[in-house]
Write a protein that binds this ligand. Structure first.
Ligand code: GDP
Length: 468
């Protein structure tokens, strides 16, 4: 009968997906970090180096010769944009290498491995298939989690208090002060407020401040200009009529939570097994103590998003599932001579330790590291008035000329950077760091070679080594 047929087909489909789940494990790797942290370059180089593994000796399965193949496959989620790997790789490795377009929204890519099992099973079974689903998403969206626990009044009060400490907010605060939130909604006025608030967030972001929510105001995607992005924090008036500006902004704020933040956490965040958080720590250190301070707070906030049970909304979504491993990686370590890499790693370790304390974090295994996804420099030691300076040499992005630079020093003890009492007393990375905007180096890769990197293989080992 038809019914029996369709039941049989149903059973078949279920057992197919069961067998895939049993025999073809899937690792969902989230890649995040604030805008310009290096997500796009990281994913592109990681995939290129996992498919061409000559530079991946730090990945145990590779060192043991157990990876038979790694290849791209169609991703499982049909409605999520595919990470544009081929275009990004072409940008980085073409005849005129340049940095690819940065992450603006969620995207996904599936890389599948054929791996021979390790140890006792090695002789008994053939290669297995393991899928790695890489999910790229803006860190700005992650910080929106904090909005879920607040109503518009509480959020407004927080934002206005924070804005009062940031010079970039002067224009917005002036505009907000002259706005009567009890007056009837005027769409032109609403748009002017949202625009001014967005300008403030963008300049604060550019000045190195991390916490600039709502995240979609900076990376709106296809929501640009929509009512969910047309609100801004205001001082609460004593009384509000039904058509008041305040009421409408309150409604839009709730719509932003329900229609923008919630679906992101449900559809993407809640399904992640392993997470890498990329951080432009060198940029923050160069920008100075306020940026470093803000970075520390952001790290605790980010880690808080992964803390089971912290947030009632998230607990409902996750239903006990948790992220198993989180890697915090300082990117662009190729700006430094390797003699300073240990110091950068020590700073990252101290930052993550402190963030774990601040967020009262337990659960996932965390690790801190310094890496370069794509090494754009070579090292060079230069004689400078009898002293030797450990420099890096690269091609300048704007002029195309080769030059060697000394970025300045990092402290030998991270507490010299992080201890509030010492902050501001010293400046770090204040030599040539400002002008070190390199283009990717021109590459001539041999077969089997991925692009040059620093410690990308170690990052891969931490994130997926135990599953290969
Ligand atoms: P996203 O916004 O997080 O996707 O950041 P991108 O991956 O687009 O990186 C932003 C910029 O950081 C790039 O355009 C490069 O200028 C720089 N960058 C990223 N990774 C590296 C790296 O490994 N080495 C160097 N020298 N620069 C990098």
């Amino acid at each position: 009968s038809r019914l029996a047929d369709s039941v049989a087909r149903g059973v078949e489909a279920v057992s197919d997906s069961v067998s895939e789940a049993l025999f073809e494990p899937v690792i969902r790797l989230g890649v995040t970090g604030l805008s310009r942290a290096g997500k796009t370059v990281f994913i592109t180089s990681l995939v290129a180096n996992l498919t061409n593994r000559d530079r991946m000796a730090g990945l145990t399965a590779e060192a043991e010769g157990r990876i038979v193949a790694a290849f791209l496959q169609p991703q499982p989620d049909d409605t999520v944009p595919r990470f544009d790997y081929e275009a990004h790789l072409a940008a980085l490795t073409g005849a005129a290498p340049h940095w690819p377009e940065s992450t603006r929204a969620v995207s996904e890519l599936r890389l599948s491995f054929r791996v021979r099992p390790a140890g006792l099973l090695a002789g008994l079974t053939g290669p297995r298939t393991v899928h790695l689903d890489i999910v790229d998403y803006p860190g700005e969206w992650l910080l929106d989690l904090g909005l879920m626990e607040k109503d518009f009044a509480a959020w407004s009060a927080d934002q206005l208090a924070r804005a009062a400490t940031r010079p970039q907010a002067a224009n917005y605060l002036a505009l907000a002060r002259t706005t009567d939130a009890a007056s009837p909604l005027d769409e032109v006025q609403a748009q002017a407020l949202a625009r001014s608030y967005t300008d403030y967030l963008a300049t604060a972001r550019a000045a190195g401040f991390y916490d600039c929510t709502p995240g979609r105001f900076l990376l709106p995607g296809d929501l640009a200009g929509s009512p969910v992005l047309t609100f801004a924090p205001l001082a609460r008036p004593d009384r509000t009529a039904r058509r008041a500006l305040w009421r409408e902004f309150e409604r839009r704020f709730e719509a932003y939570k329900a229609r923008v933040v919630q679906p992101f956490f449900r559809d993407h965040f809640a399904r992640i097994d392993r997470q890498v958080v990329l951080i432009d720590a060198l940029g923050a250190i160069h920008a100075g103590p306020p940026a470093v301070d803000d970075l520390r707070r952001a790290l605790a906030d980010i880690l808080g998003a992964f803390r089971p049970g912290r947030n009632a909304f998230l607990s409902r979504l996750l239903m006990g599932k948790r992220v198993e491993k989180i890697l915090f990686a300082a990117t662009k370590a190729d700006h430094l001579h390797h003699s300073q890499h240990g110091r950068l790693a020590a700073i990252m370790e101290a930052l993550v330790r402190e963030a774990r304390d601040r967020a009262d974090f337990a659960g996932a295994e965390t690790r801190a590291m310094a890496l370069a996804s794509l090494r754009a420099t070579v090292e060079e030691t230069i004689d400078h008035d009898g002293d030797s300076l450990d420099c890096v040499r690269g091609t300048l992005r704007d002029s195309g000329k080769q030059a060697a630079f000394y970025p300045g020093a990092l402290p030998d003890d991270p507490m010299r950077l992080l201890n509030p009492a010492r902050q501001g007393a010293d400046r770090w990375l204040d030599a040539d760091y400002e002008v070190m905007t390199f283009a990717p180096a021109r590459l001539s890769l041999k077969p089997g070679e991925g692009p040059p990197h620093i410690r990308l293989d170690r990052a891969a080992e931490f994130l997926l080594g135990d599953r290969l």
